[in-house]
Design a protein around this ligand. Structure first.
Ligand SMILES: Cc1cc2nc3c(=O)[nH]c(=O)nc-3n(C[C@H](O)[C@H](O)[C@H](O)COP(=O)(O)OP(=O)(O)OC[C@H]3O[C@@H](n4cnc5c(N)ncnc54)[C@H](O)[C@@H]3O)c2cc1C
Length: 807
């Protein structure tokens, strides 16, 4: 075995091998993969091999689509035989909300470019003569879905990788991994050590153990999953064409043909559990199956027999029972781990056969080029922090498994694994009817429900609409108060703090103490990595805020850019401060009753900050900025003291009609102000010019990260351009990833949307062909398969001159 490689991949399942192959295709060939047994001897060998396209995420759809396009070609590409079965697929819908979902996914199929259609129950028999159609309202038919033998594609990609120069060491267990003083990683194996620039954890069911060696928290649970194959059936032998793979919410199972028998795999909606009592598998566990638990899955098999009576006609040939890695949100982990650079996760896949090719392609792009051509946020392992403990992961993974074929309505979350991170105001907001959502472990109020019914989730507008309207209008007309303690918060201190922040940011840093600026971190290729608000508290002290979900991600973004010898410390103070947003025309009247700080425009202008005393609490950071576009302050209070400040503001605000508001109202308000969102409008696939954010990039500034690339990007011109639109108002708003048409052709896609309650319009952002960005240009946006008229409007529809902010 060699002693040094650019990349060492730990684990030879479909994920590790898929990455190895694509790293080699991207041109990195000094790469090695280490596998303790034989390739595929973990979860991969016993998988059922289905590769569907139907998915509610555009990025994930691109991952799936790449696989289904690659696998049929792999034999030709590598010389290794691959048994691709392009039998198509049928995703059934049995409720109206499921039909809505099918319609939303139809738009995604158009954007991703795969062939799919929604058919009625009467058409189903044409594609699947043996399926019973009771209770079915519609089905999404995918033409190019298929299934494949998992070992075939893994071995083919291994062959392809080897041919390009990659090395694979089998029967060699990795024993430990350590960070070396020079920033490289040492991988200790049974056959000796190998040092590398990049190490990848693709250890499947063992990935949490492998991660623990370097202090990484890897939130996966190994779920026990089973499928059954019957003896051959004459009906299927006689069929000329293979039946499509069916995914059925009634039996909560996949049902397909396998060597002229029937293959059925239910995802139990109750009683599922982790393997091995939640412990990692034995190190000598290799190509084994677990004892089957047929009794446990009987209720779902009975339903599957009702759906496909053929299943009941044949004897069982085999029962496959094995471990499947599962993350709390059901999406695999792929990207840099939080902490020292160049440790990558590539694990936690529960649909890894389908995803192995695409997941490998896009992570390889990220590793080699610094970014992928798709938005990788939803795969980034840093979406989970240390709050995602083992117990949380097991509990939520079980719940997620139970919901594998459940149709999540937008914004719907699990009830389990909750309450991990709460601001000191949680109980007060809860008492006011706060409806909370989990974000990076925090509980954050979306809206306030006076009825006690809670949110009735739907793809269309739901029972929250009128309450959210009242909250949004209160902010516009009077004053609103919001708990935004979830902000990620960092202190950047030291003699070089200003120079450091100025060097890494696209905007100029505030030159005076008390100044603040909104700025972006770009990568070397000029694309947008992060958005931060930076407040200068002193010459050598900056307070940096960013999105809640970016807490670990942005800590890495900052700390990875530090240079040796720079006098800078970066501290995560997220949990230390609560943040109250007080906004609306009467915000000054309310706040001035609780503080002696002069809040007049002359003494406290817009986009400045001061430290003062509020409600007797000292050291409160008052920042005159907000995301809702009104006169207002963010009030940053030491966490334990926040209830005192909250009580004082609520009492002072009573006569002004103060109203609590949540993130739903905030979204409505920010859409009216055309404020972009990190992760939706601002992503690493986009540059500042495309995002119509030129005023935030100071190309006249001395060098900063991404400046040279940005100059080139500016010269090149945008590939797509962000526009702000009004969409014809019906019963729903754009959610993002709806296709945008012009003259009957797709010219772009939405990124987010919402109803502007103060303006009475449905608003959306979209990226479109840069030739079509003039105000007034008309489009058709496909929302739930209907084309709705939309037109570009000038930014912003509310207070375009920012007069209210500066009032
Ligand atoms: C019954 C069942 C049916 C399934 N059906 C489907 C399906 O139809 N479609 C689909 O897409 N997915 C399906 N899956 C899921 C799929 O099998 C997994 O998502 C996928 O195999 C995960 O691949 P992996 O490479 O991450 O893990 P693995 O295949 O487990 O590979 C990890 C490898 O790492 C090695 N390793 C671990 N630790 C070390 C170490 N210290 N040193 C060296 N090597 C190490 C292991 O030996 C193993 O070979 C199914 C799973 C099950 C259980």
């Amino acid at each position: 075995m060699k002693s040094h490689a650019r990349v060492v991949v730990v684990g030879g399942g479909v994920m590790g091998v898929g990455l190895l192959y694509h790293l080699a295709l991207e041109g990195w060939t000094d790469i090695a993969l280490i596998e303790k047994g034989e390739l595929t001897s973990g979860s991969t060998w016993h998988a059922a091999g289905q590769c569907p396209h139907f998915n509610g995420s555009l990025n994930m759809t691109k991952v799936h689509l790449y696989g289904t396009q690659l696998y049929p070609k792999l034999e030709e590409l590598t010389g290794q035989a691959v048994s691709w079965h392009g039998c198509g697929g049928l995703r059934l819908a049995t409720t109206d909300e499921e039909v809505n979902w099918l319609k939303y996914v139809y738009g995604i199929s158009k954007l991703a470019g795969y062939e799919g259609e929604i058919i009625g129950p009467s058409e189903i028999k044409q594609y699947h003569p043996y399926l019973e159609t009771f209770g079915i309202k519609a089905a999404f038919r995918t033409v190019t879905d298929g299934h494949v033998a998992p070992a075939d594609i893994t071995n083919a990609m291994a062959t392809g990788a080897r041919k390009l120069g990659a090395e694979i060491y089998r029967r060699n267990r990795v024993l430990d991994i350590k960070l070396l003083p020079n920033g490289e990683w040492r991988v200790f194996t049974e056959q000796g050590n190998i040092d590398c620039e990049h190490v990848v954890n693709a250890a499947g069911s063992y990935c949490d153990v492998v991660g623990s060696w370097t202090g990484h928290n890897v939130p996966i649970a190994n779920m026990l999953h089973q499928y059954i194959i019957t003896e051959p059936l004459q009906e299927l032998i006689d069929l000329k064409q293979e039946l499509p793979v069916v995914r059925d919410p009634y039996s909560h199972a996949y049902l397909r043909e396998e060597t002229n028998g029937v293959l059925i795999g239910p995802y139990e909606t109750a009683t599922a559990h982790t393997c091995w009592d939640g412990q990692p598998p034995r190190w000598d566990y290799e190509s084994e199956l677990e004892p089957n638990e047929l009794e446990r899955i009987m209720p779902w098999l009975e339903k599957a027999t009702e759906r496909l009576p053929l299943f009941g006609k044949a004897g069982i040939k085999s029962i496959i029972s094995g471990a499947i890695t599962h993350t709390p949100d059901g999406v695999y982990l792929s990207g840099p781990a939080h902490g020292p650079k160049n440790y990558w996760m590539h694990c936690g896949a529960s649909i890894g056969i389908c995803q192995g090719g695409g997941a490998g392609k896009y992570l390889a792009q990220w590793m080699v080029h610094g970014q992928a051509e798709i938005n990788m946020r939803e795969f980034d392992p840093r979406r989970f922090g240390n709050w995602a403990t083992k117990d949380y992961t097991a509990e939520v993974s079980v719940a997620d498994y139970h919901h594998m074929y459940y149709c999540y309505k937008p914004a719907e979350q699990h009830d389990v694994g909750r309450g991990l991170r709460k601001s000191s105001l949680y109980n007060k907001l809860k008492a006011e009817g706060g409806q909370f959502a989990q974000i990076f472990g925090w509980e954050r109020a979306r809206w306030f429900d006076k009825s006690g019914k809670g949110e009735q989730y739907s793809f269309r507008r739901n029972n929250a609409f009128e309450s959210v309207k009242a909250e949004a209008l209160a902010v516009r007309e009077r004053v609103g108060l919001m708990d935004l303690s979830t902000f990620a918060k960092f202190e950047v201190k030291g003699l070089d703090a200003f120079a450091f922040l100025n060097r890494i940011h696209a905007n100029k840093m505030p030159s005076k103490n008390g100044g603040l600026t909104l700025s972006h971190l770009l990568n070397d290729t000029g694309f947008i990595e992060s958005e931060m608000t930076i407040t200068r508290l002193a010459d050598d002290h900056f307070y940096v805020l960013s999105a809640a979900a970016a807490q670990d991600y942005d800590f890495d973004q900052l700390s990875w850019r530090l240079r040796a010898g720079e006098n800078v410390t970066i501290t995560d103070v997220t949990d230390d401060y609560a943040v109250l947003v007080l906004a609306g025309p009467r915000a000054r009247d309310v706040l001035s009753q609780c503080t002696k700080t002069d809040l007049s425009n002359a003494a406290f202008p817009w986009l400045t900050a001061q430290v003062g005393e509020v409600a007797g609490v000292r050291g409160v950071r008052l920042v005159r900025v907000n995301y809702v576009g009104e006169l207002g302050w963010e009030i940053h209070v030491p966490m334990a003291e926040a209830p005192k400040v909250y009580d004082a503001l609520m009492a002072a605000g009573k006569s002004h009609g103060i109203q609590l508001f949540g993130t739903y109202a905030m979204n409505s308000l920010r859409m009216e102000k055309s404020y972009r969102g990190w992760g939706s409008e601002l992503t690493a696939e986009i540059d500042m010019f495309e995002a119509s954010m030129s005023r935030f990039i100071r190309l006249d500034k001395e060098d900063f990260t991404g400046k040279a690339a940005s100059l080139n990007l500016k010269q090149r011109g945008p590939r797509i351009q962000l526009v702000y639109m009004e969409v014809d108002n019906t019963d729903s708003d754009c959610m993002g990833n709806e296709p945008v048409y012009h003259d009957g052709k797709i010219v772009g896609l939405t990124t987010s949307g919402g109803f502007g309650h103060a303006v009475g319009k449905s608003l959306a952002f979209a990226y479109v062909d840069p030739k079509l960005t003039t105000v007034g240009t008309e489009f058709d946006v496909m929302v739930f398969t209907e084309k709705r008229k939309a037109r570009i409007i000038a930014e912003s529809i509310w207070d375009p001159k920012n007069e209210r902010l500066k009032a």
